[in-house]
Structure formats: C-alpha cells, structure tokens
Design a protein around this ligand. Structure first.
Ligand code: NAD
Length: 310
C-alpha cells in the first residue's frame, strides 16, 4: 500500500512519521520541491523502521515517483504566522494547489487526494475545481482535528474517556467553526443531561470548551511556531480508514451543497462516512436554529473567500 505525502515541512514530515509508526501502509513517498529536505525527513523516519515494522520511506522531488499511490496527502504551502488567520493564506496557497492538482491528474489520476494545506475548506474546493477526478475522491482534512480537540477538552473537564464523547465541530476549519451541541452525547446520553446530572453548569462548560478549541491552534503557534502532531494523527487515521475501507465517520471537508441548499460546489466540514471510495456518504445533521445560522455564516465566508479568487 503506497501513500505519498507532498510537502516535507512540519506537517508533511509528521504525517509520514505517524503513518510509519501506526503501520498504516508499507510504502511512503515523501515529496518536496527541496529534495534535500525531503531526504532528511525520509531518512530520519526510516531509521526507526527496524524498531517498528517493515515499511519503505523514499524521498523525491519528482511527481513521477508518486505514480500508483493509492492516496496522496497535500501539505505544501504557506503556514499561519503568529496572529494570522487561515483565510489569509488563501491567495498564495490556491495557486500552489491548482498547480499540484494538474501534476496529480497527470501522474496519479485515480488516487484519493487529501488536502491539509490551509485554508483547508476553500483549498478543497480549489482542488475539486482544478482536477478531473470525481469530487468524492478529494477530501479536506476539515474539522477532524478541531473535533478531537473539543473531545480532549470535554473528556478532561468531565473526567470521562474521550472516546465516549460524541460531539462534532463543523463548518470551517477556522474562525467560523462551531460545535453541534444539539447532537452531543456522552455514550448514549445527551451531553446536556449528563452535565446537569453531575451538577455542572452546561452553559459555562460550552463557552469554555468552544473558546479553548477555537483558540487552540493560535495558542500552539504562539508557543512552538506551528502545529504538527495533532494533524499528523488525524491524517494517519483518515488514511487508514480509506485503505482498510473502515467506513468510519469523520468530519472532513467535501461538497455539501445538496443537503443544506448552500451555494453550488461549496465545500465545508461535516461528518461523513469514509471508505475505499473516499467520501461515501454525508451525514445530515439536524441543526437547531442557532447552529443553522452559524452554518449559513460559515458557508457565506467560505463562498466569498472562494469567489475572491476569480
Ligand atoms: P512548512 O513551511 O513547514 O512546510 C511546507 C513545505 O512545503 C516546505 O517544505 C516547502 O519546501 C514545501 N513547498 C512549498 N511550496 C511548494 C511547492 N510549490 N512544491 C513543493 N513543495 C513546496 O509548513 P507546515 O507547518 O508543514 O504547514 C503546511 C500547511 O499545512 C500550511 O498551509 C498549514 O497552514 C497547514 N496545516 C493544516 C492543518 C489542518 O488541520 N488542516 C494543521 C496544521 C497545518
């Protein structure tokens, strides 16, 4: 099973390393326009192979070497600087994504493409519109990481296993993301009932959880300059899900227009069933009035950002 990672920076190298550690596939190609950087990362990752399990990790700066990959993960482009929003990266990164998709259409027309570069929701749409492959085969990493972040916070605040928390962050992977509190559960109990039963203030908990999660990337970037480990595990899990056809539900970015009467071709983050064909089904969430308004705002922002490129 061959998976390629385009971009050997903080994020791309962490993804390649995590895929090796989690034994997601046995052949990883690390591509960067700077071959020496790709080599440095690939060789560093390879050195641990005898301690983990068989895998091949190869560096390249030639798209031809990516041929026959089942999945390709795109992480190239500018990253957020301190205080910068994800949407401010758009102009520069859209051109890079468009060019990359042309290369991928030439050498890997059948592969599933995962977009990680930011602003990921808009760049997923750019990738879909500049590629010949079916839209379901282009997946943005969306709010997988944001959703993990809120489960992390809530699990810790409530003292329960984070895997028993079922709550999604949807919309934009960015400032217009929002929590779907109306569909949040602890095991099969409504989160609101659970929180009230243990004597906690639900409104206060919601506010704190939302604030911490929304600011998390900024707080990490202020301290270490970039984020990498959280997104790396998110992508390794997504890749594993596709390769093993696990049909897990993950909040990723894809076209959602037919469900919510949003602008045609709009991509944003929603929970979807993911399998060997990429996005296999979108979940229709039953939003309350406030969530519906937040969805509209996220959609308008993302659509305006995409239109600004024309
Ligand atoms: P980085 O600067 O460390 O790495 C980018 C790499 O891309 C560099 O090695 C550079 O040589 C390469 N590159 C740039 N343009 C290229 C081109 N045209 N062709 C080939 N290689 C090229 O950045 P990073 O910290 O790894 O972040 C990468 C992207 O991932 C950013 O857009 C960042 O915002 C995004 N990101 C997304 C998430 C998410 O949840 N979706 C999380 C973290 C970071």
């Amino acid at each position: 099973m061959k998976v390629s990672v385009i971009g050997a920076g903080n994020v791309g190298s962490a993804i390649a390393n995590t895929m090796m550690l989690m034994q997601v596939c046995n052949n990883i190609i690390v591509y960067d326009k700077n071959l020496e950087v790709a080599q440095g990362q690939a060789w560093d990752i390879s050195d641990a192979i005898p301690l983990i399990g068989e895998c091949q990790v190869t560096a390249t700066n030639d798209y031809k070497d990516l041929a026959d990959s089942e999945i390709v993960v795109v992480t190239i482009g500018a990253k957020q600087k301190e205080g910068q929003t994800r949407l401010e990266l758009l102009g520069e990164n859209a051109k890079i994504i468009e060019k990359t998709m042309k290369e991928l259409d030439t050498y890997l027309p059948k592969a599933i493409v995962i977009i990680v570069s930011n602003p990921v929701d808009v760049l997923t749409r750019v990738a879909i519109e500049s590629s010949k492959r079916e839209p379901n085969k282009i997946i943005g990493s969306g709010t997988i990481l944001d959703t993990a972040r809120i489960r992390n916070f809530l699990g810790s605040a409530l003292g329960i296993n984070r895997k028993n928390l079922h709550v999604y962050i949807v919309g934009e992977h960015g400032d217009n993301e929002f929590v779907v509190w109306s569909n949040a559960y602890v095991s099969s109990i409504k989160l609101e009932s659970y929180v009230k039963n243990v004597g906690m203030d639900f409104e206060k908990l919601k506010e704190e959880a939302q604030n911490v999660t929304k600011k998390r990337a900024y707080e990490i970037i202020n301290r270490k300059g970039y984020t990498s480990f959280g997104i790396a595990v998110s992508i390794a899990k997504l890749v594993k899900n596709i390769l093993r056809d696990e049909k897990k539900i993950l909040p990723i970015s894809s076209i959602v227009d037919e469900f919510y009467a949003l602008p045609k071709g709009l991509t944003l983050s929603m929970p979807c069933v993911i399998g060997k064909n990429g996005v296999e089904r979108r979940l229709l969430l039953d939003f309350d009035k406030e969530e519906r308004q937040k969805l509209t705002k996220a959609a308008q922002t993302l659509n305006a950002a995409f239109e600004s490129l024309r």
